[in-house]
Design a protein around this ligand. Sequence first.
Ligand SMILES: [Fe+2]
Length: 316
Amino acid sequence: MSLMGIDAVVFGVPDMAEAKRFLEDWGVTQVSATADKLVYRTRDGAEVIVRPIDAAALPPAIEAGKTVREVIWGAASQKELDETLARLKSLDGYHVGPDGLPRVKDPNGMSLAFRVSKRTPVKVEPTMPNAPGSHNRVNQRSPIHAQARPINIGHVVLFANDFAAMREFYTGKLGFHISDEYPNHGVFMRCQRVGDHHNTFVLNRPGKPGINHVAFTVTDIHEVIGGGIAMSKKGWKTEIGPGRHPISSAYFWYFENPLAAPLEYYADEDFCTEDWKPQTFERKPELFAEWAIVGGIDGNTRRQASGIDKSGRGHA
Ligand SMILES: [Fe+2]
């Protein structure tokens, strides 16, 4: 009786050409591209949809400038979708849009739409580690990735105008489960009781609702690093990373981009069941990152000749 994850994220942007250039480099696959609509998808079929910031079809923005205009959440089946919708139909603003998708607004004013998921699960094989006495990768080299190929859209992180209302909406109405929490400041929530550590993280920021970041899952730390270096070589600016989150355990790398707040590559997050023990944490910077590289790895610091971008787009 739950949603299974993010099926699509819709962005409104001031520069469609720059958004297209970024998505080509990010490693998602183009489905269609016109002057007023870009559709890309991840390996499992989650969609990145981009439209001009003033497109009439877009729901209202919750903050100025480029940002997420709608999140489409997917359910595993019509039955599970109906069970979620049964909890939403009494809300003010519930409606079915012209595209047939049921919609509500969360307490931030963000448009949420719902559908039976179009994603197809992808089974990936992360590189197994070797250690003395524990040989998990035998007669097999560890890969170096020339580019990331994001598997899914794992989470969206939101700044909440009314933190308590957002926490109640996502747990009480959407049925999300709390994985970990900074009391009265931040709450990590996952769609399914048995699932990845968080599909959304809500941060308390009264008076300034918005998007903190949107995150794309990749296979393992090697793809985080290889994918991040590839983005750096193409001239995209790191926000922070690579690094590692103590909460959720994931390796990350965040990039500035023409779509919204930072977009993230991440891998190796905690997977939770009913036996997961949520913890509360006091907010402090070392809980955001055990370690992280400010400014990233610039893509030209490796000694290999192939590490140098000759296209002219990279850093000098
Ligand atoms: Fe994240």
